[in-house]
Ligand binder design. Structure first.
Ligand code: 3BY
Ligand code: FES
Ligand code: FE
Length: 424
């Protein structure tokens, strides 16, 4: 069944737009700008795929709850008394009111603010005043949402029939994340940025570093732009020399990582896979330790069982997320669509749970690079959205050399929309 907010005209429009996408090019304008495409994305992508929603340490203790809006839906994630992490629709079983407000709460039980229906942390309805002695409370359990922790990063799927290939993400990325023990890390800092652009522009912007040298002076200190999807054939002689130097440095580092049992190879699941992701251990420039202005570690206590400052940047992209996991800290990003032209980007900086601010890390040092980069990226997404909303826009060509991942993301998007009832 398609989304209730879309009539057949809207569905036909979205389908026509998807069919008209030219390979190797950005999407037709209205796939970024129209209300119909936004509603179709909420339905086909955000309600039927595994979406990154947070981290295990968002809910450290029993009774910790976070509410996360996923497109037009809202879920709550909590830690129960047995230390399990559970997710439910943030919808009361009585008359549907939002159970918990946006952000973080700490609860003994979940009490609906409307008429005080009260739920245990396993979702069971414990109390429903004035519903009569014969009222069958068992039938009014909170509706569960599928939730998976992948090495300490939480993914939720709103569908009753979630894509099974989440097991690949767990096996591949969960394994790579194991030594970082992110489940037991702590959130040192968190920001929310509303980008004035469609969520697909946020994700496209993130999947290339074509824009990095001229827009990210801070990130460029530690981040090598010449990596994913980079084909030296398209380069000028000087760029090619630079790429070769980097390839040699990577090969050297790769041997060290292999010696330490740290996987590094790029693994990509794009077109043909419902659960889109890419992972690779990347080298860090400069002194090679972390995404800081000095390129040195920001925290003196390494994450989990990590012991190698030069372990690089375990990089992970997903449908709505990007992550940088380093020896001393991790930066976890999620992007959630709020409307056709607004996207909420949440950034969480994770450190070892015993690390103390002011002693083991300095917050400014920890957050400076990505705070600056987020601001710069928000501006780029805003100007891109202004452009696609203008009369003069026509789909433009992606670079074969530096934007291959964007072309694949657009192709994956068209494929997933089509598989879920649009575009055929
Ligand atoms: O953070 C990321 O994953 C991407 C990759 C290159 C630049 N960037 C913001
Ligand atoms: Fe929740 Fe009435 S809507 S108790
Ligand atoms: Fe950027």
């Amino acid at each position: 069944m398609l989304h209730a907010k879309l009539d057949s005209g809207d569905t036909a429009l979205v389908s026509e737009l998807l069919r008209s996408r030219k390979a190797g090019h950005t999407l037709p304008a209205q796939l970024y700008t129209s209300e119909a495409a936004y509603q179709a994305d909420c339905d086909a992508i955000f309600s039927r795929h595994w979406i990154a929603v947070g981290v295990d340490c968002d809910v450290e203790e029993p009774g910790d709850v976070i509410a996360v809006d996923i497109g037009t839906s809202s879920i709550l994630i909590l830690r129960d008394d047995e230390m399990n992490i559970r997710a439910f629709h943030n919808v009361c079983s009585h008359r549907g009111a939002r159970l918990v407000p946006p952000g973080r709460s700490v609860v003994g039980k979940l009490v609906c603010p409307y008429h005080q229906w009260t739920y245990d942390l396993d979702g069971a309805l414990a109390l429903a005043p004035h519903m009569g002695l014969d009222f069958e409370r068992d039938l009014h359990h909170l509706k569960p949402v599928a939730l998976q922790s992948v090495g300490g990063i939480l993914y939720a799927c709103l569908s009753d029939d979630p894509p099974e290939d989440i097991s690949d993400l767990i096996n591949i990325v969960g394994e790579r994340l194991k030594p970082y023990d992110l489940q037991n890390a702590k959130i040192a800092h968190e920001t929310e940025t509303i980008e004035d652009g469609n969520w697909k522009l946020t994700m496209e912007n993130n999947r290339e570093c074509y824009h990095c040298a001229s827009n990210h002076p801070e990130l460029s200190l530690s981040f090598h732009s010449a990596d994913f999807g980079f084909d030296p054939e398209g380069l000028s002689p000087s760029e090619r020399a630079e790429a070769e130097t980097l390839a040699n440095a990577y090969a050297e580092k790769a041997l060290v990582w292999e010696g330490a049992g740290l996987d590094h190879a790029p693994i990509e699941h794009t077109v043909g896979f419902p659960t889109n992701f890419r992972t690779q251990r990347l080298i860090i420039a400069g002194l090679g330790e972390s995404h800081t202005m000095s390129t040195r570690a920001a925290s003196t206590i390494p994450l989990g069982q990590m012991t190698m400052p030069g372990a690089g940047d375990l990089h992970l992209w997903g449908i709505n997320s990007w992550n940088h996991v380093m020896n001393d800290h991790a930066v976890i990003f999620t992007a959630m669509p709020i409307s056709a032209d607004k996207t909420l980007v949440r950034t969480k900086w994770l450190v070892h749970k015993d690390a103390v601010e002011g002693e083991d890390y300095d917050l400014e040092t920890l957050t400076a690079v990505w705070n600056a980069t987020n601001k710069e990226d928000a501006h780029l997404v805003a100007i891109a959205h202004q452009g696609v909303s203008s009369q003069g826009y026509r789909p433009g060509p992606y670079s074969r050399y530096t934007e291959r991942a964007l072309d694949e993301f657009a192709s994956w998007y068209v494929e997933r929309m089509t598989a879920n009832g649009y575009g055929a």
